[in-house]
Ligand binder design. Structure first.
Ligand code: 0O3
Ligand code: SF4
Length: 316
């Protein structure tokens, strides 16, 4: 029987961002420099395929510094860590490399600067997410107030409404965050913050690509992990932009083919932590069932690259 026709729209940009690329390189270079095992605090990026691949090469993933032996190097994940983490590693005289994305570190510096200027900090982010924990952990316990919704803004109790600043997580929904920032500015007109928010270029570009593509897609698949904040936001953006079926898949095996019955157009994108090999796998799975035409939907060009830390660039 002839395969039914299907158009696959591939979002561009999609997948790896500069911060993820750098963080993975840091683990690979650390393994080359120091040999296995190298410890990594938290999943280096939120992707099982990436983590499993690095584990095969000798990386050991732990959640806390106390779970590392003091005589092996430890790497901090791309999401950033509270100040107490490098302090603990230093106290144990461990070699450590910080793979925090420079765009997350920039937010850490902003928060510290506002605090030094006597402003109370509000963070817009998701409770319990490692990036939120890391950014809030730049300041002493209790110094950063977390808001997740406009309702939280209405409830939050501040020390002095004239002395406030805000920062955000880098992977939030642009539209949801704009609403929360508007609510903060309406309630606290003197609040200081970034021009719009701290959402990074990669998050912005991936959400914009999905918005452009979604109205033309009967279905949309986002390759990414359930614990990947930026990937989950892409599913929401796709659904809100008019795609009737938007779904997160870790790999081709997760595709619910029955749910896709009768569709003619599928949009595919990937979160910032999802490697291109998994997108290829998804496209190949469609090719095995449909007569596929692939069209790339390009809404931005990306040329961002981040250097790895000097300790790894120097010859071993
Ligand atoms: O922060 P998120 O859950 O989206 O993390 P991922 O999936 O590992 O993607 C990389 C983003 C990041 C390290 C923080 O901005
Ligand atoms: Fe950095 Fe943005 Fe990638 Fe996060 S999503 S690692 S902030 S470039």
């Amino acid at each position: 029987m002839a395969k039914p026709p299907l158009t696959l729209y591939l979002a561009a940009p999609r997948g790896f961002c500069a911060g993820v690329d750098r963080a993975i390189k840091i683990v690979e270079m650390a393994l080359e420099k120091w040999g296995a095992p190298v410890y990594v605090r938290h999943e280096i990026v939120h992707n099982r395929y990436v983590v499993d691949g690095l584990r095969d090469k000798g990386a050991v993933f732990v959640e806390e510094i106390k779970d590392c032996p003091p005589d092996r190097p430890v790497i901090f994940s791309a999401h950033g860590v509270p100040k107490a983490v490098p302090a603990e590693a230093a106290a144990r005289e461990m070699v450590y490399v910080d793979a925090t994305c420079p765009l997350v570190s920039k937010v850490h510096i902003e928060a510290a600067r506002h605090h030094e200027n006597g402003l109370q900090m509000i963070m817009i982010g998701h409770a319990g997410h490692p990036e939120t924990i890391g950014t809030m952990g730049q300041l002493p316990e209790g110094e950063v107030l977390l808001v997740e919704t406009p309702e939280d803004v209405a409830r939050v109790e501040v020390r002095d409404p004239e002395k406030l600043a805000f920062v955000t997580q880098t992977t939030l929904s642009l539209d949801d965050t704009a609403e929360i920032v508007a609510a903060l500015k309406a309630r606290f007109p003197a609040i200081v913050g970034p021009h719009k928010e701290d959402i990074c270029y990669a998050t912005t570009n991936r959400q914009e690509a999905v918005k452009a593509m979604a109205p033309d897609c009967d279905a949309m698949l986002v390759v990414g992990a359930p614990n990947s904040s930026n990937s989950k936001r892409l599913v929401e953006v796709g659904a809100r932009a008019g795609c009737a079926y938007a779904q997160l898949v870790q790999r081709a095996a997760d595709i619910d083919w029955r749910a896709l019955d009768g569709i003619r157009t599928v949009g595919i994108t990937a979160g910032a932590s999802a490697p291109e090999i998994l997108i290829d796998e998804v496209v190949d799975a469609f090719r095995s069932r449909y007569a596929v035409t692939v069209e790339t939907v390009t809404t931005a060009e990306e040329h961002v690259e981040f250097k790895v830390p000097r300790v790894l660039r120097e010859p071993a």
